[in-house]
Design a binder for this molecule. Structure first.
Ligand SMILES: Nc1nc2c(c(=O)[nH]1)N[C@H]1C(S)=C(S)[C@@H](COP(=O)(O)OP(=O)(O)OC[C@H]3O[C@@H](n4cnc5c(=O)[nH]c(N)nc54)[C@H](O)[C@@H]3O)O[C@H]1N2
Ligand SMILES: Nc1nc2c(c(=O)[nH]1)N[C@H]1C(S)=C(S)[C@@H](COP(=O)(O)OP(=O)(O)OC[C@H]3O[C@@H](n4cnc5c(=O)[nH]c(N)nc54)[C@H](O)[C@@H]3O)O[C@H]1N2
Ligand SMILES: [Mo]
Length: 822
């Protein structure tokens, strides 16, 4: 039994946790003695406050009520440089100061012209007036059309914290108001999280991976396939522990062979000085098929593994060999499509089979048309290699995200405030999915096509007729594809309500906009490490709320009050009352596991409680399945890895066959009938979390000529007379944006890279198709579903052309508040 109380013991426990990890990594000298440095209490005595965010644990220095620095936690193995921007987000010029209403909406209500949303003509109103407008509008829509007319999906990355979870709080209020339509799934893994349960019996993408120390010790070849962990590990859904970086450090220190498969030379290629293979974007499935064909035709594949642990290889084989369709999926065939030489494809297949190899895949390759096929084919390839369930072998779908694979503790799970809807043990969206939810990325199609039918993973349903959308903690006017189509569809809404603390493009398109606090202006509680669960952090309030900002919690409580539901909303608790009850529920669970936690007051004074790492550092994913597939079957219909799925066969979808298949996307570089010559890699931003922090000082470090950067190969630039630092117009049939060019061979020929999350800044908001002045790549992307199975977004399906910008000079205005809101 472990008793945890007070700083000294915790230091001792984290030392023990460190020792268990160091079985593999310690000998490499990765950690210094600084782990035992001062705790949170000491920091507070210095007038500093310990808190946390998606970017990690930090101590805020506060002078005269103003935060002046966010200093990373001394136990953070790899603090994020973005912390400077996190601090600046409190004070940035894009801060929303007061409740505002669009002038026309204030004057005419729902009769207002909807096409003028986004023109910046706002009027400041009092809090009471704004809340009154909102409560009455919710009541009107619920009474007139019912809950099926209110969209509360409100997808987005909000802020960390288990109480001030604004999207859950919105749904809590809307449930009390009568109900709402939800969004199912997410933009991250829309295809993979639906296909993987058919193939592996689990979501796979949000599951713990074989622990990094095991990988560091055993893996001979680490493949990062469409994954850039050096970039994407900066953030976590809860509070980042950054444990994945310790894993990367361990691989590098040991000199493990690392291969990166990515059209762009990523930060991960540079970090490892890795072998870099560059397929044309959206062609990975073809490349994997070429590798699978090599293993088969050369008699190298692990037929025992296929026999004992998988189902349906016999039905996939005729497709692979070409017996089924006359096209053998040879390495030569693959090379024609993906552009990687056949000999490289064959050699890679042989090397991965001949060594202990781990296929660590990112998610970009499933965020595209027919994205379901990518991870399905990856699992099929890994099955033919036959190392799934062995230490350091197989595949992993979360090494690049939230530090999957970081050694986990056995600590209790911290719960959060709920939306009051159907409770279930599964992911939040599964609990509420059904007739009352649409696949999250089909939001625009829903607005365009009320009553229209859609398929989703074997189900058929019809789109609701939405009149009111309420968004908090998300930024659909950067995250959703095909901006111009979206702007038109948005006119379907009678009313659009938004809370944010930044004047994002979404806030600018609202009818009613309320200023929320940042999480540094309120008290909360959160887990450290999505996978590792290193402990529980008191996210203490750093500064008083700025301007007229209010906590989302208080806003929804006030609206619930106007609806006569205040007591049901707050359950008789205030902020600290909630935090105490969430903490005590975890402590009770801890006790049952033999982990004694301090009482709430002591915890709050200390600021943190840490849990010991027990067996987590030795975890091998699928070891039990490999040991005995009959006693430990997978959660699939056959209990085996399904290379062929009878369930998917029954669905009969033309865009998702019953075994992994190469299918042409809507458009791709050099694809059949490609209308534009360049692929746009619309990847996740290095120095932001999507659109978050674009409004901060960090932008000065990366913007080019005041625009979002566009990486371009020297040959592509020369062919167009474009020089480094030029402002260019990137365009296709869907829209046009300005960006600033960086000429670099980091981009392969034919591929430009523009990160997602740039704030949409229309030159003339009244004109659909107008030039976006800053560089929102989703003006260019296609809004199509991955397939009828997953209905995920295709943020990576986009080709375009680039030309030097010669039009009139433009001023980027999206990073300061609209004039009336100053
Ligand atoms: N083309 C393309 N598009 C993509 C992607 C891609 O790879 N390519 N990636 C997709 C993916 S994986 C994702 S997850 C989405 C991300 O899309 P989003 O999650 O919508 O993006 P964020 O920029 O994180 O938006 C979060 C918003 O919440 C606000 N916010 C933060 N905390 C609070 C709070 O406490 N209260 C309130 N009221 N607001 C708060 C922030 O200021 C910000 O405006 O984008 C998707 N879009
Ligand atoms: N710094 C930072 N970290 C983040 C986020 C962020 O916004 N900023 N977002 C978080 C979220 S919500 C998510 S969902 C994850 C996203 O994690 P991912 O989806 O894995 O991230 P991406 O940057 O979209 O893609 C990773 C790499 O794939 C490459 N790539 C693009 N297209 C292809 C292709 O067709 N084939 C191959 N082989 N490679 C390709 C890109 O060049 C990029 O280097 O990241 C999380 N981490
Ligand atoms: Mo995501």
């Amino acid at each position: 039994m472990t008793k945890i109380s007070g700083n000294d013991l915790r230091a001792e426990l984290s030392r023990r946790a460190f020792l268990s990890y160091s079985v593999a990594a310690g000998a490499l000298g990765l950690f210094g003695p600084s782990l035992l440095a001062k705790g949170a209490r000491a920091a507070e005595a210095n007038g500093a406050v310990m808190s946390g965010s998606h970017w990690g644990v930090f101590t805020a220095q506060v002078e005269d009520g103003r935060a002046t620095a966010f200093v990373p936690w001394e136990k953070d193995p790899h603090p994020s440089a973005a912390l400077e921007g996190v601090l600046d987000s409190i004070y940035s010029p894009s801060r929303i100061k007061y409740p505002m209403v669009r002038r026309e909406y204030l004057e005419k209500g729902i009769e207002a012209d909807r096409s003028t949303r986004g023109n910046g003509d706002f009027v400041r109103v009092s809090w009471d007036q704004a809340l009154d407008l909102i409560a009455k509008e919710i009541q009107r829509v619920e009474a007139t059309y019912g809950p099926q007319a209110v969209f509360g999906g409100s997808y987005g990355w909000k802020s960390s914290g288990r109480l001030h979870n604004c999207t859950t709080l919105l749904r809590r209020m809307l449930n009390l108001a009568g109900g709402f339509v939800n969004g199912a799934g997410d933009y991250s893994t829309g295809a993979a999280q639906v296909i993987m349960p058919h193939v592996m019996g689990t979501l796979e993408v949000y599951e713990q991976q074989t622990a990094w120390p095991v990988v560091a010790e055993n893996t001979e070849i680490m493949v990062f396939w469409a994954a850039d962990p050096v970039k994407t590990l900066q953030i976590s859904n809860s509070i980042a522990d950054h444990g994945g970086y310790a894993g990367l450090d361990a691989l590098k220190a040991k000199g493990t062979k690392v291969i990166v498969i990515d059209p762009v030379r990523s930060a991960t290629v540079d970090f490892f000085d890795a072998e870099h293979i560059r397929p044309k974007p959206q062609t990975d499935v073809a490349m994997m098929l070429g590798m699978a064909h090599t293993l088969y035709s050369e008699g190298l594949y692990d037929s025992d593994f296929i026999e004992n642990y998988t189902s349906g290889f016999d039905k996939f084989l005729p497709y692979l060999t070409g017996d089924a369709d006359g096209v053998a999926k040879t390495a030569e065939w693959a090379a024609e499509i993906c552009g990687v030489p056949a000999e490289t494809i064959k050699d890679l297949a042989r090397r991965l089979k001949g060594s202990r190899s781990m296929l660590a895949a990112g998610w970009s390759m499933q965020r595209m048309h027919h994205g379901e096929q990518a991870h399905w084919m990856l699992v099929t390839l890994a099955s033919m290699i036959g190392q799934i369930g062995l230490p350091g072998g197989g595949f992993g779908l979360s090494y690049h995200y939230a530090s999957g694979g970081a050694p986990a503790t056995d600590g209790p799970a911290l719960s959060g405030i709920t939306d009051g809807g159907a409770a279930s043990g599964g992911p939040e969206w599964l609990a509420t999915a059904g007739v009352s939810a649409i696949p999250v990325a089909r939001v625009v199609e829903m607005l365009e096509n009320p009553g229209g039918e859609f398929d989703f993973n074997g189900n058929r349903a019809s789109y609701p007729d939405i009149h009111l959308a309420y968004w908090v903690g998300g930024n659909p006017f950067t995250h959703h594809q095909d901006r111009n189509r979206m702007l038109k569809a948005w006119e379907k809404l009678d009313t659009f309500i938004v809370h944010d603390f930044q004047w994002t493009a979404t806030a600018r398109h609202a009818d009613i906009i309320l200023p929320a606090t940042t999480s540094y202006e309120r008290n909360d509680i959160e887990t450290i490490g999505d996978y590792s669960n290193l402990g529980i952090l008191a996210m203490k309030q750093v500064v008083a709320p700025l301007y007229e900002a209010k906590n989302d919690y208080d806003i929804f409580e006030a609206i619930s009050d106007k609806l006569g539901k205040k007591a049901a909303f707050n359950e008789g608790k205030d902020e600290m009352g909630w935090l105490q009850s969430l903490y005590e529920a975890a402590a009770k669970q801890g006790k049952a596991k033999g982990i004694e936690m301090p009482d709430f007051e002591t915890f709050w004074a200390d600021g943190i409680v840490e849990f010991p790492i027990t067996t987590g550092a030795q975890y091998v994913r699928y070891a039990e399945f490999r040991e005995d597939p009959l006693l430990n079957p997978l959660g699939t219909p056959t209990g085996l890895i399904e290379i062929y799925s009878k369930n998917i066969e029954k669905m009969g979808y033309d865009d998702c066959p019953a075994h992994p298949t190469w299918m042409e996307p809507l458009e791709r570089l050099d694809g059949p009938g490609a209308k534009f010559p360049l692929h746009v890699a619309a990847s996740h931003p290095f120095h932001r979390l999507h659109s978050q922090l674009n409004g901060t000082v960090l932008r000065e470090g990366y913007a080019i000529a005041g625009h979002e950067p566009c990486l371009m190969n020297p040959e592509d630039a020369a062919a167009r007379g474009i020089a480094d630092g030029d402002v260019v117009r990137v365009y296709n049939d869907r829209g046009q944006i300005l960006t600033g060019v960086k000429v670099t061979d980091a981009a392969m020929k034919g591929v430009i890279q523009i990160y997602e999350g740039g704030w949409y800044d229309p030159l003339d908001p009244a004109e659909k198709g107008t030039l976006d002045k800053y560089g929102d790549v989703n003006v260019l992307t296609a809004d199509i579903p991955t397939s009828k199975l997953g209905q995920g977004n295709c943020g990576q399906t986009v080709i375009a052309e680039v030309e030097k910008y010669t039009g009139p000079e433009v001023t980027v205005t999206v990073f300061t508040a609209p004039a009336a809101a100053e």
